[in-house]
Design a protein around this ligand. Sequence first.
Ligand code: COS
Length: 398
Amino acid sequence: MADLSYRDWPFFDAGHRAFAAELEAWAGSADLDAASHATGGAALDEAARTLVRRLGAAGLLRVCIPGAHGGAREGLDVRSLCLARECLARHAGLADFALAMQGLGSAAITLAGSEAQRRRYLPAVGEGALIAAFALSEPDAGSDVGAMTTRAVADGGDYVLEGTKTWISNAGIADVYTVFARVSDAPGTRGLGAFIVEAGTPGLTVAERIDVIAPHPLGTLRFDGCRVPGSAMLGTPGEGFRIAMSVLDVFRATVGAAALGFARRALDEATARAVTRHAFGQPLAGFQLVQAKLADMDLAIDAAALLVYRSAWLKDVQGGRVTREAAMAKLFATESAQRVIDDAVQIFGGLGVVSGVAVERLYREIRALRIYEGTSEIQKLVIAGKLLERHASRAPAP
Ligand code: COS
């Protein structure tokens, strides 16, 4: 059983602890392993849809939406989202994915939507009746958001979208997409807008599915003369980049939390293996080299948890931007989880690379987290940028 003593840390209130216990009970009894066995195609789509419905029916997606629209807390509570992702990732990566995407896909509506937009979509997202997706990246604009070329051209009271979005989680199964597009010729990140595009809108198609090493619904979207009403815009023209970044300010810490969940599972698996597997007349856990690995793993997990929940707490309690803290949480938690899981595979020996063994699955699942929602390299740029900004603001004028 994973070490859950971190829930006693002062970052949480009684409501968080009750929620974490409720989630743990659900995840422990929900036979999530079976739900995660689908490896592709229609079976994978159905497994993901089913998980969204089951999470919704259990009331657990309420952490993805604000209280005024059926959510668990007043606003998007980052600590609740992190607790949820950590717990679900420890049990089954696809369950974590299903919950995370309901949050990420609808967060722009929560943070920047009008009352009418929120009312139309958020309650259904929280019930698991509507599946959400976030469409920012393009074939030639991943880290460099300002290089995006998808355009939304004003036409009468409508906007007409043209372009391609790729690496879109839930492509094909989502009912509603948050889509970012260029609305003016203003340079780089300045001329972007954000739109709500419903699946089935003429001109929106799924151009391809993308199969990845940790299977989940993922694909490329094409927009060919895709017409949406002006009322589908989130915020104002030109506000798209700020909206995208404010969504990532919330969700980057939760990526760190998912990494924590994977790492905790790896440590549990490795510890159980180290005390039961014998070599040279003693359990692996009797060897100091194995003890050193276990110590490094345990330490990395606690350090990552402190950064993740510091970032979540700051956002929830102090509000405002937490770009630096969220970048630190995501960077450290995902990079250290990769090392923890690699050590767990090493402790397992040959068995660690056998398909279907828990640590082998974790080894595949952790990798993408160092890339999506901002690569590790982007997080370093963000952290260094903030440090240099602070330095410049303190430096005496020449
Ligand atoms: N909240 C609100 N506003 C924000 C913000 C945030 N978190 N982050 C940036 N902004 C605003 C800034 O205040 C700035 O506004 P002004 O021009 O009015 O001053 C504007 O947005 C531009 O900000 P900045 O200069 O920091 O942006 P950069 O062009 O330097 O971009 C990086 C910075 C590279 C860090 C950004 O593009 C990024 O995070 N890229 C990775 C994208 C990503 O995660 N892709 C994965 C897709 S999701 S799977």
